[in-house]
Write a protein that binds this ligand. Structure first.
Ligand SMILES: *Cc1c(COP(=O)(O)O)cnc(C)c1O
Length: 388
């Protein structure tokens, strides 16, 4: 070929770096197009086959490496990445449910999952029914001939009840129904989903895996190849992909995840213990505390707790007063999500979110970050003064 013009050489370079580079951080591969060596290689490639590459959406060395690391944490076999935790939830639903099917969700489920269930009911000919998270093996009575999927979450978002996962999974197994566990709270550290009988373990990597409050990502992990293939089909059809830099950031967070988780756990228990002794607080909804429904189940099944819990204020305080407390906090940001270094606070209108909520008092959720606990306690103390 004659000498390339400058314009072409800006795009086509003959240089390849020397082989043999090695370092601890995984490489970051940016790609939409993945190149095939020749036509035969293109024709024989299988997008589902993770021994090769076909297109950016179906994986790069960066995303495959992240998947493998997540599989190790949960003790699974296969992993699919999604652009957010909620996208991972939707992948499971679209893969496994069709018109005429029935799905069961806990009444304390992560609220956007509840919203997705409502949408499936309204527009997709699927029934989504909500169950008491403390139902245990009683879930068998709710499983109908069309029930295909049961979602579980431990503990439930915001109100923190800990379900009896082994009992729910056992009842589902006996009826041939799949259980998908949203294991975000335990991060695969305080509980491994397959150990309690889940078929599918879903994570919002947005939380502890990232640890930086700087990205959104989700994962769906399975042990069964055929089940993974059904999920992968939906993953492909929905066009799910994750950015290489975000995948890298999650991997950057993983080596410190257990240290961070344990630090969040110790700090949260210290602060929850302090709050428990305060006259303004009637209940500490933290699975390691007896106030929390399912506390005994947590003790039996979990090895830790992380940094997230809720408290109930005494009913003598109005929503307005509790809002003042929240506004007065200086080290706690008012915001959703959790798992990063910064402490967060969020007041919830729990009665509107849950059917049959019986507790009095305003509920406030705290995410204890990695600040010094003495400073956090001092901040809460000064903010409680503004209740009066
Ligand atoms: C945050 C969260 C999700 C959703 O994750 P996003 O990445 O924010 O979409 C799902 N389930 C639970 C329990 C969560 O806390």
């Amino acid at each position: 070929m004659k000498k390339k013009s400058v314009q072409t050489s800006l795009i086509h370079s003959d240089y390849t770096p020397p082989a043999g580079f090695d370092a601890f951080p995984p490489g970051i591969h940016h790609a939409s197009t993945v190149l095939f060596e020749n036509v035969a290689a293109m024709r024989s490639s299988q997008w589902k086959d993770k021994t090769g590459y076909t297109y950016g959406l179906h994986g790069t060395p960066t995303t495959f490496t992240l998947e493998a690391r997540l599989v190790d944490i949960e003790g699974g076999s296969h992993c699919l990445l999604a652009p957010s935790g909620l996208a991972a939830i939707a992948m499971v639903d679209f893969a496994l449910l069709k018109s005429g099917d029935d799905v069961l969700l806990p009444d304390n489920v992560y609220n956007p999952n509840r919203e997705l269930g409502r949408w499936l009911s309204q527009d997709f000919g699927i029934t989504a029914r909500f169950y008491d998270p403390m139902i245990g093996s009683g879930i068998a009575g709710l499983i109908g001939p069309n029930t295909r999927l049961i979602w579980a979450e431990a503990p439930g978002s915001v109100s923190m009840e800990v379900p009896d996962l082994p009992a729910i999974c056992q009842a589902a197994k006996e009826k041939g129904v799949l259980v998908a566990l949203d294991n975000t709270w335990a991060a695969g550290l305080a509980l491994r989903g397959f150990d309690v009988g889940a078929d599918i373990v879903m994570h919002a990597l947005t939380k502890y895996q990232s640890g930086g409050a700087d990205l959104l990502m989700g994962a769906v992990i399975t042990r069964d190849r055929a089940l993974n293939d059904r999920l992968a089909q939906a993953h492909m059809r929905l066009g799910y992909g994750v950015g290489a830099d975000d995948a890298y950031l999650v991997m950057r967070g993983l080596p410190t995840m257990k240290l961070r988780f344990d630090a969040h756990d110790a700090a949260a228990r210290e602060i929850a213990t302090w709050l428990k002794a305060r006259p303004e607080i009637t209940k500490v909804l933290h699975p390691a505390f007896a106030d929390c429904p399912g506390h005994a189940t947590w003790k039996r099944d979990f090895s830790g707790a992380g940094g997230l819990f809720s408290v109930l204020f005494d009913a003598r305080y109005s929503e307005e007063q509790v809002d003042r407390f929240v506004d007065a906090l200086q080290l706690f940001g008012i915001g959703y999500s959790w798992g990063g270094p910064n402490s967060l606070v969020m007041p919830y209108r729990i009665r509107a979110m849950r059917s049959g909520w019986k507790e009095a008092g305003v509920l406030v959720r705290l995410n204890i970050g990695l600040e010094a606990t003495g400073d956090l306690i001092a901040d809460i103390g000064q903010a409680l003064a503004s209740l009066a």
